[in-house]
Write a new protein. Structure first.
Length: 203
């Protein structure tokens, strides 16, 4: 088992921050890897340079401290002085005062390590459930686990002009072991798309 998370701008909603989590199971018996995935805008990832204790405490409240830990460092990029895993207000104030004795400025950010971030833990849980679902889904030909969707194909026709849209027409499941492919037509439960999503009707 292995897991990894990343944080940054959402790939679709560019004004939102996102947390993507991957949880992988290595199946040595079948020589394959099964990966669960979750992408969510539910994240408290944030950071800012602060100039006073009042700013520090205001930031802490905004990002759900103390249930979510904080990090203090002397600057945002290539810091030389870092304190991680701060989980109580007294500790936060003391570490901030300590850093001010040797640094001209202080940068505070959320501690995104999973053991210090309950919000991230929920996304990891979603990715783990996705992994479990994939493991339980076996290939109808060879019974190998991990028979899951590997590609989505756009082209759902517009309800007005019948032009293919960017919406998903079908998805394909593929077995990593024997290569068997199964097509799932109209996976979102509709056979045509609203013209508001058509590049011809609504360019």
């Amino acid at each position: 088992m292995a897991s990894e998370g990343s944080f940054g701008t959402h790939p679709t909603y560019w004004l939102s921050q996102a947390n993507e989590e991957l949880v992988m199971l290595k199946d040595f018996n079948n020589d394959l890897e099964i990966v669960g995935q979750a992408l969510s805008t539910s994240t408290n990832m944030d950071g800012q340079e602060i100039t006073s204790e009042a700013e520090l405490l205001a930031f802490a409240e905004k990002v759900k401290f103390p249930s979510h830990a904080l990090i203090l460092k002397n600057c945002d990029v290539a810091p030389k002085n870092i304190v991680k895993g701060i989980t109580c207000e007294t500790q936060l104030k003391e570490r901030y005062a300590d850093m001010l004795r040797s640094e001209q400025r202080v940068f505070v950010q959320t501690d995104m390590r999973a053991m210090h971030n309950p919000t991230r833990q929920l996304i990891i849980q979603e990715a783990t459930q996705d992994l479990i679902d994939k493991v339980k889904c076996t290939c109808p030909k060879c019974n190998t686990p991990g028979f899951s969707i590997v590609r989505s194909i756009p082209g759902l026709p517009c309800a007005v002009c019948s032009t293919p849209t960017r919406s998903i027409l079908r998805k394909e499941k593929e077995c990593q072991k024997c290569g068997y492919i199964e097509t799932v037509e109209f996976p979102n439960g509709k056979e045509v798309e609203s013209p508001q999503f058509c590049d011809f009707c609504n360019p």
